[in-house]
Write a protein of this length. Structure first.
Ligand code: GRF
Length: 216
């Protein structure tokens, strides 16, 4: 496991420029996983998915296996020792939440190296129970005129932690939760790899609740 900081406060903790080794955690359809693998294959993201952990049998597990990824199904909360061992075995640099429905306590050594994407403009419409269509139903019920997605570093709560990047789209007349979800997911496909590239290259630094660009 790498431990050296390349830059004070920088999000890049690795001493040399090898592709980042990712663990992707999921509980659902696996579209986010598939998109990240697509971006890696297209050389748009300098990373390699070394481990997929699913909290249940779900379409994302089939997708991961079809992609030939090393995949484990660990129902419920992952025992801390099990997680620490899996991360060490695969020399994981970053943990990427991709529709993971459980709360993941940050493993030791992974502070500011666990990332999540949420399909709303946090801090709106996040928190326990806010997943899937519920997020978009809540946005429509609140009458917001814009929605979007948020990529953030994780802390030990649901959908909080320093925001890395947000993307915005309109909420249109006649939207249903499904049409809004589809529009937001199109943003997610671009936002997650863009945010991860910023983090992996150490272009940003975490300063309390703020993620700031490092001036060159
Ligand atoms: C995405 O909308 C993401 O924002 C949220 O969970 C969803 C995952 O979808 N965290 P999928 O399982 O990748 O299809």
């Amino acid at each position: 496991m790498t431990a050296h900081r390349a830059h004070k406060n920088s999000t890049d903790h690795t001493p040399c420029a090898r592709p980042k080794r990712l663990a992707v955690l999921l509980s659902g359809g696996g579209r986010t996983l598939a998109n990240l693998q697509h971006c890696i294959d297209a050389h748009e993201l300098d990373a390699s998915i070394k481990l997929v952990i699913a909290s249940r049998q779900c379409p994302g597990v089939q997708r991961a296996r079809m992609l030939g990824l090393h995949t484990r199904v660990l129902p419920g909360d992952i025992p801390r020792d099990t997680l620490v061992q899996l991360l060490a075995e695969q020399e994981i640099d970053w943990i990427i939440l991709a529709g993971y429905a459980r709360l993941l306590p940050i493993p030791p050594g992974y502070e500011n190296r666990v990332v999540n994407i949420h399909p709303s403009l946090l801090p709106n419409f996040g928190g326990p129970g806010m997943h899937g269509m519920r997020v978009h139903e809540a946005a429509l019920a609140a009458g917001v005129k814009v929605s979007g997605c948020t990529v953030h570093l994780c802390d030990n709560e649901y959908d909080t932690g320093p925001i890395v990047l947000q993307r915005v789209c309109p909420v249109l007349e006649g939207d249903t939760a499904e049409t809004l979800a589809q529009r937001v997911f199109e943003l997610e496909k671009e936002a997650y790899p863009a945010a991860l590239s910023m983090l992996f290259s150490g272009q940003v630094a975490v300063d309390g609740p703020n993620v700031r660009m490092i001036k060159g």
